[in-house]
Design a protein around this ligand. Structure first.
Ligand code: FES
Ligand code: FES
Length: 170
């Protein structure tokens, strides 16, 4: 609904499990809303044209480029950012720990998007093999690490999560 003043819209969305009501310009990118208005600066903006994956967030569980995805499109939907991956404050998700263990980043600018994309794959029902996993991650560009540590971290997490699942732990 428009509020009459400056053609803003009041929408409701869920971000990292919390319901949010926010006034937005219909053309406002989700990355701007997350970073500048909700203080969720984990989402990075690099190319700003949906080409690098740095700004990846999940909307209804699917990876989206927050630099071009409009906040308006996220109304009444669930949004997950890198901040929402951690199971609780101060506790890293195994994927985050694996990135640290494998030295899977240098500048870290791509890391949020990498984590969110990999999280989407690892928590889906996908049975992607190693090549499929690499293909899935191909939309996320890193200029620093040469990708091998990143792939190693994701593969290690997949193994750890399977072991954890087999032992009945979540
Ligand atoms: S900043 Fe959005 S895809 Fe590059
Ligand atoms: S760690 Fe620098 S761009 Fe990936």
């Amino acid at each position: 609904m428009t509020d009459g003043a400056g053609d803003t819209l009041t929408i409701r969305t869920t971000v990292n499990g919390s319901s949010v009501s926010i006034e937005v310009d219909p053309s406002e990118p989700l990355a701007h809303t997350l970073r500048s208005r909700l203080g969720l600066t984990g989402t990075k903006v690099s190319c700003d044209v949906q080409a690098c994956g740095a700004c990846t967030v999940l909307v209804e569980g699917l990876p989206r480029s927050a630099c071009t995805f409009l906040t308006y499109e996220a109304r009444n939907r669930d949004v997950l950012t890198v901040e929402g991956i951690s199971p609780s404050d101060g506790v890293l998700h195994p994927l985050q720990q694996a990135f640290i263990d494998a030295n899977a980043f240098q500048c870290g600018f791509c890391t949020s998007g990498m984590l969110v994309s990999a999280y989407a794959l690892l928590t889906s029902e996908s049975e992607a093999d190693d090549e499929g996993l690499i293909e899935y991650m191909s939309g996320n560009i890193c200029r620093c690490t040469g990708y091998l540590p990143i792939v190693s971290a994701i593969l290690a997490t997949r193994t750890a999560l399977k072991t954890r699942h087999a032992s009945g732990r979540r």
